[in-house]
Write a protein that binds this ligand. Structure first.
Ligand code: NOJ
Ligand code: CA
Length: 715
């Protein structure tokens, strides 16, 4: 993998003029997808999108309003329009497939306001086989230099009251459970009223939904609305007009209510609409990645997907603590903090995790709570909550990292900022130098808390720039990033392949410290949160019950087999084995799947999928002949039918099936599982019972009859 990407083939058709018809409509299409553009009677740009004979987006308006300025949406004329076709492909550094085709028709419309100051704007549309993307460009021009956006006027006008899987349009967090309802029933007040254990929330619009927003029409069309390449701009959310099902762009503001401070020339992020008659196609769409720029990192050799364990779930479940002393007042006569005896990140405990990782071939170990500051880190909205460099007295960073190095284990740094992004920027070089000094190849960042600069939100323009600056800085120091509480991804991992994963959604951890995630949660996440990129969901919990010390009702809302399936269904190049070593040691046969499963893939097939109900995903491990399958269901039991027609014809494989036990169900009997082994080939169709809230994980490797003599054929 010398270089991150190279062009395999490129057919660039000659640029041609795109002419409007007699009604002033310009049309472009790619197979069944077609897009129409025109200026309405007021000279305002308008677009519409169709899929065969189905309407995806009814005529919808476009444009902007600027602070203290005339509208930047009307009075336009078309001064030029051009079209080109592109059929290209490229190789991601890591990912779900080894090669990505980028095939589209592009229409660029150059607009000029007829009246003074005769401002210019271009709108660029790309029409793919499975959707569209469009962005605005503010070209260099005489009468527009610095400007402030007060509102984006882009609409996504829906044809009817579609079914929606949504979370509130929150300026600070995406860590909600999903609600399934009609568009007209979206009401964020109902969700906020329920309580959710989310650290910081900020919702203004009672009918606002976050993107990626997943929709399904009555005539079976699946539609996903999101954005790509979010750079130097606030995140886009959607205001829903209940009466005519019109969605309009809502940009996350700063304290002044402003949205984006810009200077021409400038290109906005892409607005994306992915659609298909088949739910599975939404999950394999590459539109978002294709709309992002190629990697800015030239040498990517050091970027390596990996699995990791960590001193983490034990804190989430209150076995140990992040903090070293119970409070900052707990000091001895010399003023030193007094050890509370429950601090998780102590040298001997960390060494246990390193031993466990080394023994089981898990590449990395994350340690949280290793550095000073955890006594009063949350809720005080203060500068300098952490310095990111000073270890607690019982964490010997040299001893720990030397020990890890001797065992071939990689340490993962933890930098919780508590939302004080300003502090993190001041300390970032020192923090990354420390990582380099002690050979940490990756960092998990976190932003739990209200943001500083005060008045900024997690998803406002300043913070979007902050996350990107940290990704860039990490790249300068050759460090991989896993960011928590950052904005939901928009495919920027193509441009910064060291920004491997984000949380930016409701992870498995909510099963530890709140009422949890409903069993359908993971069947919705791939259609929503994962559309823009990988998530550090932290799967792999084996001890699913037994948290009565936290709350009598506390438990994980899946079966054990479903936790295994999540390694395949929920894609991330950094994948945690989140449970404690002793819980894995209690089930070595099931843990074998976590040891075996890959984190980087040559190919991905979605066998079956329906948002909110079930997903079955098959992936081929990078550079091997091995396949891994994950099948999950919601609160209903079901039979997953999996034709193995993707296997090489004529080759015999061994399938190891990790499935729910006979009487398993997520609520009463989640830890019951069984493991079966069979000979399979491409003609076999597996039929596997999934329990309520259950799942199945399958590894398929070329058959070695010497190791498994007498293995039976699957029937
Ligand atoms: C929230 C993160 O999601 C979690 O993984 C982390 O342990 C805590 N913040 C503390 O940083
Ligand atoms: Ca979180």
């Amino acid at each position: 993998m010398k270089q991150y990407t190279f062009t395999l083939l490129l057919f660039l058709f000659i640029l041609s003029t795109a002419n409007a018809n007699d009604d002033g409509v310009i049309k472009i299409n790619m197979k069944k997808v077609h897009l129409e553009f025109k200026l309405d009677g007021n000279g305002q740009p308008q677009y519409a999108v169709f899929f065969g004979d189905k309407v995806v987006i009814k005529p919808s308006q476009m444009g902007f309003e600027l602070v203290n300025d005339a509208p930047f949406s009307k009075g336009f004329e078309i001064i030029n329009s051009t079209q080109r076709a592109v059929d290209d492909s490229w190789k991601p550094v890591w990912g779900e497939v080894k090669e990505i085709r980028d095939h589209y028709q592009q229409l660029t419309v150059q607009l000029k306001q007829k009246e003074k100051p005769n401002r210019l704007i271009n709108i660029v549309f790309r029409v793919f086989e499975d959707g569209v993307g469009f962005r605005y460009e503010f070209p260099h021009q005489e009468n527009l230099d610095y400007f402030i956006i007060s509102k984006e006027l882009t609409e996504f006008n829906m044809s009817a009251d579609h079914k929606a899987w949504w979370i509130p349009a929150d300026y600070d967090t995406n860590e909600y459970e999903y609600t399934t309802s009609k568009l007209s029933e979206i009401n964020t007040k109902n969700v906020l009223g329920k309580g959710s254990d989310i650290g910081v929330k900020f919702v203004e619009d009672s009918t606002g939904a976050a993107t990626p927003l997943m929709l399904k029409t009555n005539n079976g069309l699946y539609i996903n609305i999101h954005e790509a390449a979010l750079v130097n701009f606030p995140a886009m959310q959607l205001h829903v007009d209940k009466n005519d099902f019109k969605l309009s762009a809502m940009l996350v503001p700063n304290a002044l209510g402003h949205k984006a401070y810009l200077q021409a020339p400038f290109k906005t992020p892409w607005r994306t609409v992915i659609f298909s008659d088949h739910a599975a196609d939404i999950l394999t769409s590459k539109i978002i990645l294709n709309l992002n720029e190629p990697s800015v990192i030239k040498d990517t050799q050091w970027i390596k997907p990996m699995k990791f364990v960590g001193v983490w779930w034990e804190m989430q479940t209150d076995k140990t603590l992040w903090r070293y002393a119970n409070s900052l007042d707990d000091v001895d006569a010399e003023g030193h903090l007094i050890n509370n005896g429950k601090h998780g990140a102590n040298t001997p405990n960390v060494k246990k995790y390193i031993d466990f990782a080394a023994k089981n071939g898990i590449a990395g170990v994350l340690v949280e709570g290793w550095n000073t500051g955890w006594e009063d880190w949350f809720g005080n909205w203060k500068e300098e909550p952490f310095d990111f460099t000073t270890p607690y007295p019982d964490f010997n960073i040299k001893e720990v990292t030397d020990y890890a190095a001797a065992k071939g284990v990689k340490m993962i740094m933890h930098n919780e900022t508590a939302g004080a992004a300003t502090t993190y920027e001041r300390y970032a070089d020192t923090a990354f130098r420390l990582m380099n000094k002690f050979h940490y190849p990756a960092v998990k960042t976190g932003y739990v808390g209200m943001i500083i600069p005060r008045g900024e939100h997690h998803d406002s323009q300043w913070m979007i720039n902050h996350y990107t600056r940290i990704a860039q800085k990490a790249a300068d120091y050759k460090v991989m990033v896993d960011s928590h509480e950052s904005n939901r991804p928009t495919g920027l991992h193509r441009t910064y392949p060291n920004w491997m994963a984000s949380e930016a959604g409701r992870g498995n951890e909510y099963n530890a410290f709140s009422k949890g995630n409903q069993p359908e949660h993971e069947t919705i996440m791939p259609f929503t949160r994962f559309i823009g990129g990988p998530m550090d969901y932290t799967p792999g919990i084996f001890k699913l019950k037994g948290y009565a010390h936290l709350d009598t009702a506390r438990q994980v809302h899946t079966t054990l087999a479903k936790q295994l399936a999540l390694y395949v269904v929920l894609y991330s190049p950094l994948q945690m084995a989140a449970d404690l070593p002793e819980n894995y040691e209690a089930h070595p046969d099931a843990f074998q799947f976590i040891k075996d499963v890959a984190v980087d893939w040559d190919d991905t097939k979605i066998v079956e999928a329906e948002p909110g109900d079930y997903i079955t995903t098959a992936r081929k491990e990078k550079g091997t002949a091995n396949w891994f399958i994950g099948a999950i269901t919601d609160e209903n039991a079901r039979v997953s039918v999996i034709p193995l027609n993707f296997l090489d014809k004529g080759t015999r494989y061994m399938a190891t099936i990790y499935k729910d036990g006979k009487n398993a169900d997520w609520k009463n009997n989640p830890e019951a599982y069984q493991i079966e082994r069979f000979v399979v080939d491409s003609k076999v169709q597996l039929k596997i019972n999934l329990a309520k809230g259950g799942g199945a994980a399958i590894s398929i490797v070329p058959l070695d009859l010497k190791a498994y003599p007498g293995l039976k054929k699957y029937k």
